[in-house]
Design a protein around this ligand. Structure first.
Ligand SMILES: NC(=O)c1ccc[n+]([C@@H]2O[C@H](COP(=O)([O-])OP(=O)(O)OC[C@H]3O[C@@H](n4cnc5c(N)ncnc54)[C@H](OP(=O)(O)O)[C@@H]3O)[C@@H](O)[C@H]2O)c1
Length: 269
């Protein structure tokens, strides 16, 4: 084992793009060393190069669905840094299809990547975590409210809430907190194609009280807060990052006044 790192250490899955990439940059700026896991090695190498002045980044190019990957990644953290203070279970893939059109293969892929892998990562890191450590799972608002066309993705993200709450109960007494962030629709590689569809953009805008899109920084900030001392009494929670989309019945003024709305022209009470 290496000399123990002076800095705290975070293991982030899915660090090669989107929310995971931004989260790695946030933790680096916040004084952490990093273990970054994803399949695309060149993206991870680029991240490590770009962060070289602020953090030491160890990379593992691997499929999180491989049952060996959580153990390898945890081993790398301990080997390189001698400690592991935070796990961000972020890697995910979004097969988006109605239940009736979901094959067993589609089901297995999402479960393997987005539920079994986070479960295994939790199991692997726990023996190395000291009081004050924390785990943040990346779920989705679609795990709480369901979604049109969302079958196995919604089911798996709801499963992560159960895992989070159970971990909070089982390991809270040891000083290890577990929480979940549930992004709304954030522009990343995963959602890029959908954002190009005007109706998709319009619906998100009309149903979100905040007059702007959510960003990967919004999600990374919340993850970092939950991992930090400022979040040290938060355990077992789901924090939605959606500008109020999932918890309100908000419709913007344009939507309320459109011709199809029976309330058009009236002031809502
Ligand atoms: N964007 C949104 O609107 C949104 C909303 C709610 C929740 N989320 C959740 O946020 C998380 C991050 O997604 P994102 O939006 O940032 O999308 P993204 O840019 O496509 O990032 C997904 C990340 O997961 C990694 N990944 C996927 N499958 C993997 C596998 N089998 N093994 C290893 N790594 C894998 C990808 O890396 P490689 O391809 O290099 O392996 C990539 O780094 C996901 O869990 C997603 O469900 C996103």
């Amino acid at each position: 084992m290496a000399t123990m790192s002076d800095k705290p250490v975070v293991l982030i899955t899915g660090a090669s793009s989107g929310i995971g990439d931004t989260t790695a940059r946030k933790f680096a700026a916040g004084g952490f060393n990093i273990v970054a896991v994803a399949r695309r090695q060149e993206r991870l190498e680029q991240l490590a190069r770009e962060l070289a002045d602020t953090a030491r980044v160890e990379i593992l190019a691997a499929d999180v669905a491989d049952p060996q990957t959580p153990g390898r990644a945890t081993g790398l953290a301990i080997e390189a840094f001698g400690r592991l203070d935070c796990l961000v279970n972020n890697a995910g893939a979004g097969t988006w299809a109605p239940v009736g059109e979901t094959t067993d293969e589609m089901m297995d892929e999402v479960i393997d990547v987005s539920l079994k892998a986070p479960f295994r990562f939790c199991r692997e890191v726990l023996p190395h975590m000291q009081p004050g450590s924390s785990i943040i799972n990346v779920g989705s608002v679609f795990g709480s409210v369901g979604g049109l066309d969302g079958g196995i993705y919604c089911a798996v993200k709801a499963g992560l809430v159960g895992l989070t709450q159970t971990m909070a109960a089982q390991y809270g007494a040891e000083g290890i907190r577990t929480n979940l962030v549930a992004p709304g629709v954030i522009r990343t590689d995963m959602t890029d194609a959908a954002w190009d569809v005007p109706a998709f953009q319009r619906i998100n805008h009309e149903m979100t009280p905040f007059d702007r899109e959510g960003t990967t920084e919004d999600v990374a900030n919340a993850i970092f807060f939950l991992a930090s001392h400022q979040g040290s009494y938060i355990n077992g929670q789901t924090i939605a990052l959606d500008g109020g989309w999932s918890t309100t019945k908000y419709l913007c003024r344009e939507a309320l006044l459109c011709e199809r709305n029976p309330l058009a022209g009236e002031t809502p009470g």
